[in-house]
Design a protein around this ligand. Structure first.
Ligand code: CAA
Length: 384
């Protein structure tokens, strides 16, 4: 497997790095503090093609490969992990899902705009709605219903922990059509967020990724056109799990970015901060911490890049994605913790950025399948 980056991959990596430094970094602390959605940053990400990176240009995307996508999320998340998750959800869970399984009608009417991230001059992004108050890891236990009303579908229920919940123009909603069928009775539908009967709840007050938009959304007799069904009836759960494989690569890239950002800050700090008459990097205790951090990051990076390459090669990649997310998220939590330790008291205050990365890291072990779920996915493979 070749990890040598080609010219296109290097170009997008440096473009994302420059975007993060120039567009995301200013006011990132304030956005985190006040839970401000990074509207201007996401709009600019859309303008520069970062919201539909892997989508075929005939549907408005940038037509790049998964490694380019991973590199972009990694670079953006080093500075602003909230922008990282917004990118990941739109690219992987929404655009990739619609490109792979959507009808021509869906591609023309929704994917084309979602891949560009802009419609009629306004931000146009998507959200993926699987989780509910009583079904997170056990995703097929959902209670939201979809009823075939003849000329349209009707959705009732509540979805929660929805990234882009109040900003999205389009939702991909998973709902149960027949409880007796369990996972085989679930449908996936596209719902426009302005549809009658939709209520968006207040944003959650989160530990980290505070400027991303996370909320619950209630559906009360919401009518959905028949042509908005994704794939065949009752294909929804397979669709959701298949798309989550791709989503997990995006979250692994986000975790990798958080870890790398915290490592780079610690390295820089260790070279400038002095104690006992020398730079703290010259103390072996600090040096060893940095060595462990870098080694863990490189291991997570190899797994994440490999998952992206496997996805593009057309091989089954569920296990690669699960391993990448499992290791990258653990790396993010451990590296940000050690970065604070190296920063000492300075790491515990907001000005040094590492405090935010520490808070941002935790969610990568929870969303798009907890670490325990990744182990279930890998463990089931062992039993085959
Ligand atoms: N791709 C496609 N289909 C798959 C699949 C995959 N990776 N894995 C399983 N399936 C299929 C199975 O083959 C089966 O279909 P058949 O019966 O036709 O063979 C069907 O899906 C059901 O599979 P299981 O019996 O394995 O399902 P399960 O109920 O035991 O659950 C699970 C498996 C792995 C635990 C799954 O429920 C899971 O991944 N849970 C975690 C949910 C999750 O990740 N939620 C994240 C929310 S989204 C989010 O966080 C987004 C955000 O905003 C950031």
């Amino acid at each position: 497997m070749d990890f040598q980056l080609n010219e296109e991959q290097l170009t997008i990596k440096y473009a994302a790095r420059s975007f993060a430094q120039n567009i995301c970094l200013p006011k990132v602390i304030e956005r985190d503090e006040h839970k401000t959605f990074p509207y201007e940053q996401v709009y600019k990400l859309a303008e520069q093609g970062f919201l539909g990176l892997m989508v075929d240009p005939k549907y408005g995307g940038a037509g790049m490969d998964s490694l380019s996508y991973i590199l972009s999320i990694e670079e953006i998340s080093k500075i602003d992990a909230s922008c990282g998750v917004i990118m990941s959800v739109n690219n992987s869970l929404v655009c990739h899902g619609l490109e792979k399984y959507g009808s021509d009608y869906i591609k023309e009417n929704y994917l084309t705009y979602l891949a560009q991230g802009i419609k009629n001059g306004k931000l146009y992004i998507g959200a993926f709605m699987l989780s509910e108050p009583e079904s997170g890891s056990d995703a097929s236990a959902m209670k939201t219903t979809v009823k075939d009303m003849g000329s349209y579908y009707e959705i009732n229920g509540i979805k929660n922990w929805i990234t882009n919940g109040s900003t999205a123009s389009v939702y991909i909603v998973l709902a149960q059509s027949d409880f007796s069928k369990g996972a085989k009775g679930i449908n996936a539908l596209i719902v426009e967020s302005q549809s009658e009967g939709i209520s968006v709840m207040s944003p959650e007050n989160k530990l980290g990724i505070r400027s991303s938009d996370t909320c619950s959304v209630i559906f009360n007799n919401v009518k959905v056109p028949k042509e908005n069904l994704i794939g065949k009836p009752d294909f929804g759960f397979n669709f959701a799990l298949g798309i989550l494989d791709a989503g997990r690569i995006g979250i692994a890239a986000q975790a990798l970015g958080i870890a790398s950002g915290a490592y780079e800050l610690a390295l820089q700090y260790a070279k400038t901060r002095k104690s006992f008459g020398k730079q703290i990097i010259q103390h072996q205790a600090v040096q060893f911490k940095l060595v462990d951090m870098l080694t863990q990051i490189e291991a997570a990076r190899l797994l994440t890049y490999r998952a992206g390459i496997e996805k593009d090669s057309g091989h089954a990649y569920s296990i690669d994605a699960a391993m990448a997310k499992l290791v990258a998220s653990q790396t993010a939590v451990q590296v940000t913790t050690e970065s604070i330790q190296i920063h000492g008291g300075n790491g515990y205050v907001k000005d040094y950025h590492v405090e935010r990365l520490y808070r941002d890291a935790k969610i990568t072990q929870i969303y798009e399948g907890t670490s325990e779920i990744q182990k279930i996915v890998i463990g089931r493979y062992l039993m085959k």
